[in-house]
Write a protein that binds this ligand. Structure first.
Ligand code: MG
Length: 382
C-alpha cells in the first residue's frame, strides 16, 4: 500500500455555540469563544483506505507545514508508522508543527487495513475507562456545587475545576462547596493553568503554589494541575514532595524527551500528554511511550484531550492508546453545556463518544481509531 495524498479538512463556517464560552485560562481578559471549528487530517492511499487524525487549527499552522508532511509521506507505505515517528517525531526540533494527528491517521490506516481497532494491535488491557468532566469557566461556589451534583446524579465520577480568582481564598471556597455537595461520591481535580499565557492573570509564586497545594491536599483533591510554569521543574518537584495529592501537568510538553525529564526529575506525579499538542508532539505512538516511561517510575498518565470541534476525534485516538495502558486512572472529557456540548464537540463523528451511566467511556471498536466521520455534518461546515 502507498500513500497518495495528505489533506487537511477544516470547517470554513463557524460552529456556533448556544452561549459564548469564557475559559478561565485566559482570565481576566478573555475574549469568549462564540463558535468552535474542526480541523483534521485525511491520508489517502492507493487501496482506497483513508486514514483520519485530529489537527490543531489549520489557520494557526505555518504555510510550509502541509508541504512538509506531503513530502514526508507521499509514496511511502503507511505501515511504516514507526519509521515516520522515529524520523520526524522523536524529538527533532526543526519540525514546522505538531505531527500527532498524522501519526494518528497512519495508525487509523493500519487498523482499517487489518480490520481491527488500533488497541488490538497495541495489546488490550481494558475496554473502558472513567472520564472526568473538565469544566473551564469560573462561577460562584453555589453554581459549581449544583453543576457537580448534576454530573454526580448522572453517574460521572470526577470533575475538574479551575483556580483563577484574584483571591486564592475564593478558589478554595469553590472546591469546598463542591466537596460539601458531592462528598466522597466524586473525585475533584483542579487546574491552575500556570503554564498558560494570560497577560493580566495573577500568576502564583512558588510560595502561593505551596500554600494552595497544602490547602487542596487537606480537601482530598486528586490532582493539582499546572501549579507553576512547566519550566520550573525544581519548584514542581518541591510541591510533589510536600503533599500527598498528585501534582500533574505536561499538556504543553514538546516530545517524549521532555516528558522523560519531567518524570525522572520528580516534577509530576501524573503526566497529561495530548495526542495533538506539542511540537513535534506525540501522536498515539508517543503517548504509549510516555505511558511506559511513567510506568517505569511508578507514575500515572491522565491524558489531556483537546477542547472544541475536533474533540471527539482526539478522544477516540486517546482511548485507543489508553485501552492498552495500565497506569491510567481517568481520561479528560471537556464538557460545559450550554456552550461546549457533546453535539458541537463530537459532531464530526457518526457516533459521539458518551460518558455512560457508570461514569465510563467505552473504547470505540470500529477498525482504525474506532470511529467514522459524519460526512453530512462535515459538508454543512465546509
Ligand atoms: Mg490544563
Amino acid at each position: 500500500m502507498k500513500i497518495t495524498d495528505v489533506r487537511i479538512v477544516y470547517s470554513r463556517k463557524p460552529i456556533v455555540l448556544a452561549e459564548p464560552w469564557r475559559p478561565a485560562f485566559w482570565e481576566p481578559d478573555v475574549e469568549p469563544w462564540k463558535s468552535t471549528r474542526f480541523d483534521f487530517f485525511e491520508i489517502l492511499t492507493d487501496e482506497d483506505i483513508k486514514g483520519i487524525g485530529p489537527s490543531l487549527y489549520f489557520s494557526s499552522l505555518s504555510p510550509t507545514y502541509l508541504k512538509f508532511i506531503k513530502k514526508a509521506l507521499i509514496g511511502s507505505d503507511p505501515f511504516y508508522v514507526a519509521k515516520f515517528w522515529e524520523t520526524y517525531m522523536s524529538g527533532r526540533t526543526d519540525v514546522p508543527g505538531s505531527l500527532g494527528g498524522v501519526d494518528t491517521a497512519l495508525w487509523d490506516i493500519v487498523g482499517k487495513a487489518l480490520g481491527v481497532p488500533v488497541c488490538r494491535l497495541f495489546g488490550v488491557y481494558r475496554q473502558k475507562i472513567p472520564a472526568y468532566v473538565a469544566t473551564a469557566q469560573l462561577h460562584s461556589p453555589d453554581e459549581h456545587a449544583k453543576e457537580a451534583v448534576y454530573y454526580r446524579d448522572n453517574g460521572v465520577q470526577a470533575i475538574k475545576l479551575r483556580l483563577h480568582r484574584p483571591n486564592h481564598e475564593d478558589d478554595l471556597r469553590v472546591v469546598e462547596a463542591v466537596k460539601d455537595a458531592v462528598g466522597d461520591d466524586m473525585m475533584i481535580m483542579v487546574d491552575a493553568n500556570q503554564n498558560n499565557l494570560a497577560p493580566n492573570y495573577n500568576y502564583w509564586s512558588r510560595k502561593t503554589a505551596m500554600w494552595m497545594a497544602r490547602k487542596l491536599d487537606a480537601l482530598d483533591v486528586f490532582f493539582l494541575e499546572d501549579p507553576l510554569p512547566l519550566g520550573d521543574t525544581a519548584g514542581l518537584k518541591q510541591l510533589a514532595d510536600a503533599v500527598d495529592m498528585a501534582i500533574s501537568g505536561g499538556e504543553h510538553a514538546r516530545d517524549i524527551y521532555h516528558f522523560r525529564d519531567l518524570l525522572f526529575s520528580g516534577a509530576f506525579d501524573t503526566v497529561q500528554p495530548d495526542v495533538i499538542l506539542g511540537n513535534p508532539g506525540l501522536g498515539m505512538t508517543g503517548m504509549r511511550r510516555v505511558a511506559e516511561i511513567a510506568q517505569s517510575v511508578g507514575r500515572l498518565i491522565i491524558p489531556h484531550v483537546y477542547t472544541g470541534g475536533v474533540c471527539g476525534l482526539a478522544l477516540a485516538a486517546t482511548l485507543q492508546v489508553l485501552a492498552s495502558v495500565k497506569n491510567c486512572s481517568y481520561v479528560e472529557y471537556p464538557l460545559e453545556p450550554p456552550s461546549l456540548t457533546v453535539e458541537n464537540q463530537h459532531g464530526l463523528l457518526k457516533e459521539p463518544i458518551l460518558i455512560e451511566k457508570d461514569g465510563y467511556v467505552r473504547v470505540p471498536q470500529l477498525p482504525g481509531i474506532g470511529v467514522e466521520i459524519n460526512e453530512e455534518y462535515i459538508n454543512e461546515y465546509l
